[in-house]
Design a protein around this ligand. Structure first.
Ligand SMILES: [Zn+2]
Length: 256
C-alpha cells in the first residue's frame, strides 16, 4: 500500500459522492491519501469546496471560475470568489483558464475572466490551478504576462507546451490520462521534466485510469499514475514519486 498520496485537484462536492461522502473520504485516508485539494469551477462549487474544507481535516479548497462557466456568471462573481479566497484553508485560485475545445466563440470573455482571477491570485498571493484545453498559445501568453505561481491541471498538451510552462516556473498536474494510449505524448514530458515540478491528481470523479474507464474515480488511483511515471522514467520507485509530489504540492500550496 502506498502512503503520502496528495490529491492536488479533485471535485468531491460532485453529487455522485454525496450519499456516502464521509465513508469515501475515510476509505481514501486508509488507502494512503493524506490530503485533497477540492477545486471549484464556478461560484456555487467554490462555496461547496470551502464547506468541504471546513468539514474534513484532510480537505483544502481552491476557489475560482473555469472557462466553461463564463457564459452564465452572476454580476458579483468576482466579489464572491474574492470573499471565498479569504477563508481559512483556501490554498489556491482555481480552476481557472481557457477552453477552446468547443470553439473560440467565447474567447474574449474567457480571457477577461481568466485575467481577473490571475490578478486576484496576485493580490491574495495565492498559487493558481490552470484549466487549459486546446488553448495552449493563449494560456502560455497570459501566464507569461502575469507570471503566477501554480500548476497546469490535468496536463495533456504537447512536449513543447509543457516545456514553455516549465520555463515559466509552473508545476504540471499529471493524472490518470497518462495511462490512456491517446495521451502517450504526455509521457514524453513526464520522462524529461524536473520531478521538483511534478504534482499528481485525478480530477475525481472524472478521470479513472484506462483499465477502469467509465467508472467514478477516487484519489487513491494516483498510485497507478505514480507507477506509470516510475516506469517511464526508470530513476525512481512509485513511492518515491508519491513522496516527492506530496512535498512539491505542500510547498506550492503552503500546506503544513
Ligand atoms: Zn477539475
Amino acid at each position: 500500500m502506498y502512503r503520502n498520496i496528495l490529491e492536488s485537484h479533485a471535485h468531491y462536492d460532485e453529487k455522485c459522492y454525496a450519499p456516502r461522502l464521509e465513508q469515501v473520504l475515510e476509505e481514501q485516508r486508509q488507502k494512503g491519501v493524506c490530503c485533497i485539494i477540492n477545486c471549484g469551477s464556478d461560484v456555487a462549487s467554490s462555496h461547496r469546496s470551502v464547506e468541504l474544507a471546513r468539514r474534513f481535516d484532510m480537505v483544502f479548497a481552491a476557489v475560482g471560475v473555469f472557462p466553461l462557466a463564463v457564459e452564465h456568471l452572476p454580476a458579483n462573481w468576482l466579489e464572491e470568489i474574492r470573499a471565498l479566497s479569504l477563508e481559512e484553508k483556501v490554498v489556491a485560485i482555481g480552476e481557472i483558464g481557457l477552453d477552446y475545445h468547443a470553439g473560440t466563440q467565447l474567447r474574449q470573455q474567457q480571457i477577461a475572466v481568466f485575467e481577473a482571477q490571475l490578478e486576484l491570485a496576485k493580490e491574495r498571493n495565492l498559487p493558481i490551478q490552470i484549466h487549459d484545453r486546446d488553448a495552449d498559445a493563449d494560456t502560455i501568453a497570459l501566464v507569461e504576462k502575469h507570471r503566477p505561481r501554480g500548476m497546469v491541471h490535468r496536463f495533456a498538451s504537447s512536449p513543447q507546451a509543457g516545456q514553455a510552462f516549465l520555463e515559466l516556473g509552473m508545476h504540471l498536474g499529471i493524472g490518470p490520462n497518462i495511462t490512456y494510449p491517446e495521451f502517450a505524448h504526455v509521457l514524453e514530458t513526464v520522462r524529461a521534466m524536473p520531478l521538483e515540478r511534478l504534482v499528481l491528481e485525478t480530477d475525481s470523479p472524472f478521470l479513472p485510469p484506462a483499465r477502469l474507464a467509465g467508472q467514478i474515480s477516487t484519489s487513491d488511483m494516483i498510485g497507478e499514475v505514480a507507477e506509470t511515471i516510475a516506469k517511464v522514467r526508470g530513476d525512481c520507485t512509485p513511492q518515491e514519486v508519491l513522496d516527492l509530489a506530496c512535498a512539491n504540492a505542500k510547498r506550492l500550496f503552503a500546506i503544513s
